[in-house]
Design a protein around this ligand. Structure first.
Ligand code: HEM
Length: 410
């Protein structure tokens, strides 16, 4: 796939050097020159705020079965295979109404702002436990100690997961989320399929365990829905469990780590947040905007769709670049490229998508991000880099793989 992109400075190309460290100059170039780009690989790339918002709310399809054959068809070839043993394509994220509506309504009540607010004491206890361990170590990796374990533990507890092989699940889920981006080659696509199949099989085992050990948790509720009739079939049950498990942590880890990275690189903003802790909620909106944990989401046209001055044909994969929309000067003003924890319209960011698929876990992610970052910066006045941050090399779920920090003055 990488070889198929002709070198052309005006094309979206995540394979150029430096993209993972800083994709934002390329996004700006696209917004300024070709905001609704008909990419030679066969997908379209939308980069301005207004267009992204319009597209996401337009009620377009998300089902890969609606894609027309074309050069950018690896999603059909590799992931769209009917009856494969994995969970891809059966989750609510990949379904249109009425299936989408049915699947989403099964879990919405657990993720309302009110239901999520009740989790605050537990989230705070988990954060403080992690910070205690960091304090003892002095220097450590922020991703390993806080940004990853917090959301992973929270979603595991919500689902009511038994103790299981976390390291393996983490590895598989890290591979699976690559299905959300342009896949470099066939080998990478095969690895994603294998991860999907193995994760689905682990989910099936966990579901079997839960059938024998029901509790007051989300997994039990989903199993009950499956039992009660036609609400949810067993493959769909597996797919929703995998989606919730993966979406529950692969994204929030980047909110926490990208947010702390942004603060450490902008000491005046860190000082402002410490001086005014009441800015914490707005600061989280600004972290989501400034360095979006999910950089893209997608839609698929089922009939010709006009956006700006372009007609996108039916059966086309359209990438809405949330990371670019959030930096659009046309919407956020000339300082869109700067971090401002007191930015008045930060909450307008589109990091959770928009329209019918708007992130179900937004309230939970916001709360986790707020508790984790505000308690971290208040507790450690000497928080700083202890080495080189390394990016995870993902086009979509952008965040650090390694983030060495020190929590004591050296
Ligand atoms: C969907 C972002 C955390 C569960 C989405 C979408 C985005 C997103 C961009 C697609 C929206 C669209 O296409 O319009 C994020 C970000 C997070 C986060 C940035 C953290 C900062 C979570 C958490 C959960 C979660 C903690 C909890 C389990 C979901 C689910 C969907 C979804 C189930 C599919 C909704 C649907 O298709 O109706 N998220 N998410 N997310 N997210 Fe999140």
């Amino acid at each position: 796939m990488t070889d198929l992109i002709e070198p052309d400075a005006l094309l979206f190309n995540p394979f150029v050097p430096g993209f993972f460290e800083d994709p934002y100059p390329q996004y700006k170039m696209l917004r300024d020159n070709d905001p609704v780009q008909n990419h030679p690989l066969g997908f379209w790339f939308v980069s301005r705020f207004d267009d992204v918002s319009t597209l996401l709310k337009a009620g377009l399809s998300v089902e890969v079965a609606n894609l027309a054959p074309g050069p950018f068809n690896q999603q059909i070839e590799y992931f769209g295979t009917e009856g494969n043993a994995g969970a891809l394509n059966l989750s609510m994220l990949d379904r249109d109404p009425p299936d989408h509506t049915r699947l989403r309504s099964l879990v919405t009540k657990v993720f309302t702002r009110r239901a999520v607010a009740a989790l605050e004491p537990r989230i705070t206890a988990l954060v403080d436990g992690a910070l205690d361990e960091m304090a003892e170590k002095g220097s450590c990796d922020l991703v390993e100690e806080l940004a990853f374990p917090l959301p992973f533990e929270v979603i595991s507890e919500m689902l009511g997961m038994p103790p299981t092989d976390h390291a393996r699940i983490r590895q598989l889920s890290g591979t699976l989320v690559r299905s959300l981006e342009i896949v470099a080659d066939e080998e990478a696509a095969r690895a994603i399929m294998d991860a999907d199949i193995e994760l689905a099989s682990i989910a099936r085992e966990l579901i079997e365990w839960k059938r024998k050990n029901p509790g007051d948790d989300l997994l039990t509720a989903l199993i009950t829905a499956e039992h009660e009739g036609q609400v949810l079939n067993s493959d769909e049950l597996v797919a929703q469990v995998v989606l919730l498990y993966v979406a529950g942590h692969e994204t929030t880890v980047n909110l926490i780590a990208n947010g702390v990275n942004a603060l450490l690189r902008n000491p005046d903003q860190l000082a402002l947040l410490r001086a005014k802790p009441e800015l914490a909620a707005n600061a989280v909106e600004e972290f989501l905007r400034y360095d979006s944990p999910v950089q893209q989401t997608r839609r698929i046209t089922t009939e010709p769709y006009v956006l700006r001055d372009k007609e996108i044909p039916a059966g086309t994969f359209v990438l809405a670049c949330l990371g670019s929309a959030n930096r659009d000067e046309r919407f956020f003003g000339p300082d869109a490229g700067e971090l401002r924890v007191d930015r008045p319209d930060a909450r307008a960011q589109v990091s959770f998508g928009a329209g019918p698929h708007h992130c179900l876990g937004a309230a939970l992610a916001r709360l986790e991000g707020q508790v984790a970052i505000s308690r971290l910066v208040q507790r450690f006045p000497d928080l700083g880099f202890a080495g080189q941050l390394e990016w995870n090399g993902r086009i979509n779920l952008r965040g650090p793989a390694k983030f060495p920090v020190t929590v004591h003055a050296t």
